[in-house]
Write a new protein. Sequence first.
Length: 313
Amino acid sequence: MFDFLVRRLAQLVPTLVLVSMLVFGLQQLLPGDPAKVLAGEEQDPAVVEYLRKKLHLDEPLPVRYAYWIGGVVRGDLGESIRNQQPVLDLILQKLPVTLQLAAMAMVIALVIGIPAGIVSAVARGTAWDWAANVFALWGISTPNFWLGILLILLFAVNLGWLPASGYVSPFEDLGANLRSMILPAFVLGNAIAAVLMRHTRSAMLQVLSADYVRTARAKGLDERTVVLKHALRNALTPVITLGALELGTLLSGAVLTEQVFTIPGFGKLIVDAVFNRDYAVVQGVVLVTATAYMVLNLLADLAYFAVNPRLRN
């Protein structure tokens, strides 16, 4: 396992370098001149020229990449041309919001999706199976922004139980924070739960027909032990992979959901940066997101060893 971990960590470095080159290169294809955007409506030529030199926009592309990647190695992701703030500070401001939203959404998805998948597989062909499949189809087919608007109309406008939008820091008021985050977390978790349910059901159906499950039943083990101890652990491998990918998607910023509920997370940050031609912010957010995906995939690989002892050899 240690050798596997070392090999995976060694693969991360060239992958991150390639990702950084793609992020920086594709960013240059966006229309517009950051210097002119920052210079304002008058766009004084002297000011534009000064800004181009300050931002190294007058240098060749490889030189600009060298400046940028050198700063990234030192922990400097550049400075926002719009807010005049370090990009790293902006990311650290938005990251806790997105982390909380992603964590709450994943908890909701796991609590709903995996049990529903297990029940659907064990009770195949019954009303429980039919109900779980209807739920999965509904969750996959329902657009997040539409569900979010309906929940706002029901719980905020009609019932008045929860706020319609906005964000409150948990350090200011934990109760208000949870009330403001529960609706967007449910909207995101509902869609992921539907996907998790389908994958869990499919994996469980394959495992429940395996020889070792029949042997466990022939030994007289009760059905709960057979399902939860022998079948579920072996069926979790594809579910772990899916969970890691979905969590990476959440960390990258659920753009539509954050816009509907006015959540100041990664999604809103990168949308504003693209509209403002704030190249440094876009590059920083995309690089952090790509790194998060790689780390989550590494953690998923390590989780395989925990749930499947056969992989440890």
